[in-house]
Structure formats: structure tokens, C-alpha cells
Design a protein around this ligand. Structure first.
Ligand code: FEO
Length: 392
């Protein structure tokens, strides 16, 4: 698929219909894309980003179809290989092209792809570059999601080329967002894994973008937003400081005790009008978990004890949750053990230390839950419901 998103501005990226995992971790139920854009100015031609190295041929075919014989500039908004991986081939076929980027991105590209120093043209924040009748402005936007990330704004057409920021994992042959439900979920999946760990930077750069005059946002993954309000509203919601009245329960139950406790807690929360989503970690979609953690107020972790420690699958989930840093405000811990349960709570707390939640009284039982344990689960449900009532 290729196409003109505005006069003389072309999508020349690659749709990856078959990719199943991103970063060898997050499932991609709807595939993804690596977007690149060609801008033909009256005097100069610029390519905005490239594509994953596995799909270089797709980019080259687009350029051939558009009869591109000369590229003056390749703008590198981000050094990660899914957007820079085809750069060596582009520079080989278009030796006149200069790689236009910031100093930090230049250093990454030299390290990652061995691009020679003389190929670069280093620009500063807010610097502009004329293509004749079109003007590019570079806006440094570090940490969404690498330290070198930046945006490129095309003034005359009011298009923001935002790199990964606002991206969505969707393979589609539609240039623009048509199915907002599909793209909302795919963009939230993308946000949860890639952007949520850097929420403070997201908020800062979002403020900048919301105050710009923008008609289109062209990201490096997923279709172009020709109605940018849709994704700006979604990002304001996800990255904002408010919480959803919702509990996410992740658990593993070796012999059924944790399962009983989880079921009881779900019932107790339901009676108190607190919505719940549960993830049995025997088999789960880590991307779906990240999505649900974007705005839930409370996380509950339930684990059988395995060799005196939390179950390894719980520790894996804790490590992931700690890395993506959801804004969860409260944490509950459920445990069940046979002969040693002392390490369960401190180990889970340590494994989730980045998210600084307030801990409810843990409920850790020996063997199966007894009447007094079920009463503690009722008390936990009361405490959660009470805290959630005070949410803004
Ligand atoms: Fe899509 Fe950070 O690369």
C-alpha cells in the first residue's frame, strides 16, 4: 500500500500483516506497520524515517513507483531499528542524501548501524529546514520513548510527523483512521507498553502538541490521524492523573486456594459496585494486561507460594508491571502457602517497587481459605471500595 496523504506527501511505509510479537514480548493481534513518508518540495525531497530492515524492499518499491531518483534529506525522528533499519540501504542507493537528526540520534545511528559521520546533518531543537515550498521544523521530544526521539512538523500542511508517539499496532490498507474502535485499542496497546513507562514526558510533549495548529498526525505505526482530536483526547485520558474505579487481579493458583480467594474477592467487589478484570497467569496476553493497567486504580496480586517465594509466573508479571509503571494507586496481595509464606509479601512489594502503591492489608493463608480468611477478603473489598469512592 502507498498513497498521497496530502499533495506531494506520500506514505511509503510497510504494512506487516504477519508480525505476531513486538519486541519479542507483546502479542500483536492486528499486526503492525512501519511508516515512512516522502515529501516532495519544490526544491528538495525529504524522506521521513525508513522501515524495519526486514521490509526494506517494500520501501524501495514505493520509491521506485514514485520515480524518486534523488533524495536530499532523510529525517531520522528516532533511531530504533524498526524505523532506521533501512537507512544503510537508502544511503547506498541515494548517496547524495544527508541524514538530518539531532546529536543524540546521530550517536545512536552510528552505534547501531555504522552510518559514517559525514552522512549527518545535525540540527537543533526548533530549527527549520526548507524544501522550497515546504518547511520542516524539528521539535525535540526526548523519552517518548528513547532519549533521542523528536518530532518533525511540516508547517504549510500542518502535519506532525510524531515518530512512535501516538502510534498504534494496526496493519491496514487504509491510509487514515476509519475504524476508531480498532485503532483506539491498538493505540492503547501501544501506549501501555511503549509510552506508559514515560508518562511524565508523555504529558509534557502532549501539552506541546495540543497547543500546535495540526491537521494531521502521521506516526510511525498505524494509520494517519486526519482527525487528530481523537488520539489527543485518548492520550490526555490515558496519561492524565485520574483513575478508573477498577481492580485488576493477576494471579496464579497451584492447588485451587488462590482461585477460591480470587473468586470470593470478585464477588465481594461486585457487591460493592467495583468493576474487576482478572488475569490467570497460566496463560495470558501481556499486552492486554498492560492495556488494563493504564487507568485502573487498584492492582491485586494473588500467588501460591513456590519454594518459599512467589510463583515464578507472578514474579515475571511483577517485573513487567514494574517496567511499564502503571499509575495504580493501591495494591492488594493474596497468598497461599503450605510450609513457608513469610517471603511472599516482601518479595511482591520489592518486585513492584517502581509503582509506589499504597498497600492494603495482605491476606495470606495456610492451605485453603477458612471463614476468618474470607472475612479478611470482605474487609479488603470494603477498603478498596472506600478508597475508590474518593477517586477523582
Ligand atoms: Fe517503533 Fe521505538 O520504535
Amino acid at each position: 500500500m502507498s498513497g498521497e496523504i496530502k499533495p506531494n506527501i506520500f506514505f511509503v511505509g510497510a504494512i506487516d500483516w504477519d508480525r505476531k510479537l513486538f519486541e519479542e514480548l507483546t502479542p500483536l493481534p492486528d499486526g503492525t506497520s512501519y511508516n515512512a513518508y516522502l515529501i516532495k518540495g519544490s526544491e528538495k525531497t525529504a524522506l521521513i524515517d525508513t522501515v524495519d530492515p526486514t521490509m526494506t524492499e517494500v520501501l524501495l518499491q514505493h520509491l521506485q513507483n514514485l520515480a524518486v531518483e534523488h533524495i536530499d534529506y532523510v529525517i531520522a525522528n528516532h533511531a530504533e531499528q524498526d524505523h532506521s533499519g533501512s537507512l544503510p540501504k537508502i544511503l547506498e542507493l541515494y548517496p547524495e542524501a544527508k541524514v538530518v537528526t539531532n546529536q543524540k540520534c546521530k550517536e545512536f545511528l552510528i552505534e547501531l548501524l555504522a552510518i559514517p559521520d559525514e552522512k549527518f546533518m545535525v540540527i537543533q531543537d526548533k530549527e527549520t529546514l526548507s524544501l522550497g515550498d515546504k518547511t520542516l521544523e524539528f521539535l525535540f521530544a526526548p523519552w517518548v520513548h528513547w532519549p533521542e526521539t523528536m518530532f518533525t512538523y511540516l508547517h504549510e500542511d500542518k502535519i506532525l510527523f510524531s515518530g512512535d508517539f501516538f502510534g498504534s499496532h494496526v496493519a491496514t490498507n487504509e491510509l487514515f483512521v476509519h475504524d476508531e474502535v480498532l485503532v483506539y485499542d491498538a493505540a492503547k496497546r501501544y501506549y501501555a507498553e511503549i509510552m506508559m513507562p514515560f508518562r511524565n514526558f508523555v504529558k509534557k510533549h502532549l501539552d506541546l502538541v495540543c497547543n500546535m495548529d495540526i491537521e494531521m498526525i502521521a506516526t510511525t505505526h498505524g494509520p494517519v490521524y486526519d482527525k487528530p482530536k481523537f488520539i489527543l483526547d485518548a492520550y490526555n485520558d490515558w496519561a492524565g492523573d485520574h483513575y478508573k474505579n477498577e481492580v485488576i487481579i493477576v494471579y496464579i493458583s497451584m492447588h485451587g486456594s488462590i482461585k477460591k480467594m480470587v473468586n470470593y474477592l470478585i464477588e465481594a467487589l461486585t457487591k460493592r459496585d467495583v468493576p474487576v478484570k482478572e488475569f490467570n497467569l497460566t496463560e495470558f496476553d501481556v499486552g492486554k494486561l498492560a492495556i488494563e493497567l493504564v487507568d485502573a486504580a487498584t492492582l491485586v496480586i494473588g500467588s501460591s507460594v513456590f519454594l518459599a517465594e512467589p510463583h515464578p509466573k507472578i514474579l515475571y508479571a511483577c517485573h513487567f508491571i514494574n517496567a511499564v509503571r502503571p499509575k495504580a494507586k493501591y495494591l492488594g496481595i493474596l497468598g497461599s502457602f503450605g510450609w513457608s509464606g513469610q517471603k511472599l509479601v516482601p518479595s511482591i512489594q520489592q518486585a513492584t517497587s517502581h509503582i509506589h502503591p499504597e498497600l492494603f492489608e495482605p491476606v495470606v493463608v495456610k492451605g485453603i481459605p477458612k471463614e476468618e480468611d474470607l472475612a479478611k477478603l470482605d474487609a479488603l473489598a470494603d477498603a478498596i471500595a472506600e478508597k475508590h469512592k474518593a477517586l477523582k
